[in-house]
Design a protein around this ligand. Sequence first.
Ligand code: MN
Length: 246
Amino acid sequence: MKILICNDDGYLAPGIQALAKAMSELGEVTVFAPEGNRSGSSSALTLDKPLTVTKVADHHYYVNGTPADCVHIALTSGLIERPDLVVSGINQGQNLSDDTIYSGTVAAAIEGYMFGVSAIAFSQVQRGWAELDAAAKMAKQIVEKCCQAHNKPFLLNVNIPNVAFDELKAPVVTTLGKRHTSLPVIAQPNRDGESVYWIGPFGEPKDMAEGSDFYAVKHGHVSVTPLQVDLTHGTQLDAFRKILHE
Ligand code: MN
């Protein structure tokens, strides 16, 4: 199995190194990852400058772009053979519920999936890189199981609590929860006295019902959410047909 690995924390992040090591036990691994931290870049593609690919070692490249750029180049440049699987992460910090919209980790997986390649995004729930080996071991088990059993292209978002392997509770299949809206931006004066702004923290969980990703990780389980890319709001189709067609 050929496995393409990306992340959004940058190619030197401990999470991608642990993931690449674990995946190398399952197949031929190629790393294509951003040069630096591009967390929160979602599916952005760089269109205003050319991108460079730097080969660090055999099967190991970094790109001066976003996670989506990395996977896009890896899949369309001819630099590497088409992978059987795209694996992204292991991200420092959770990508639960609405985080999936902003996450570069999830976006790298989405980019693979848009090209018809199955893809899995892995994140550790608490920041700090503790128990990374446990998360990588769990990632390996999930990849192994899903790739053997499921042959249609799939897109999974996996969140792993940051605890020792023996303390991890079994993976459960979940839906995305919902957050409250983000907190306001944080304004500061710059040296000229003008206001500059930091994006504020995400909102607290709002819908964390049983069956959701929030609920699973709160109770120590590994959360596995199958995702799709279609944003169509199916239940509003008829309402807007009535408004606009009649
Ligand atoms: Mn990140």
